[in-house]
Write a protein that binds this ligand. Sequence first.
Ligand code: NAG
Length: 136
Amino acid sequence: MGMAKLYCFALVLVLAFGLSSSARVPRGREHYVKFINNLSNKVLNVNCKNQKPYIDLELQILLPKEEYEFKYIVGRDVAFSCDLRHGFTSKAFPVSDRAITRECGGNHCNWKAQDDGVYLLNPKTNQYKFKFGWGK
Ligand SMILES: *[C@@H]1O[C@H](CO)[C@@H](O)[C@H](O)[C@H]1NC(C)=O
C-alpha cells in the first residue's frame, strides 16, 4: 500500500469509529422501565420515585394485562425505585442501579408482576427471572 492510500484508509477508520461511537453513546442516554400486570385478575399499583432530584411519577393503576412504561435520563445521581402493590402486599425495589440495568440488558428493563412475585426479563434468553416475592 502506498503512503497516500494508507492515510486514506486510516482516515476512513477514524471517521467510522468516531461516527459509530458517537451514535452509540449519545448525550443523555435514555433508559426505559416497563411493568406489566400479569396478576390473576387483580389491579396492580405502581409508584416510581427518584430521591435526588425528587421526582414522583405518581400512582399508576394497571388493570390485568395492562402495561406502564417510563423513561429517565441516565445520570450520576439518578436512582429510581418503584413500589408495586396489590391488595395488602407490596414490594419496593430499585430499578435504575447498575446491577439491575446490567441484568436487563441496559436500555429497556421489563418487569412483570405475578401472583408469586416480581420478575425481570432477561433479553438474552427472553425468559423472565424471578426477583422478589411480595411483602406481607
Ligand atoms: C402470566 O401468568 C400466568 C400464571 O399466572 C402464566 O401462565 C403466564 O405465562 C404469564 N404470562 C406471561 C406473559 O408471562
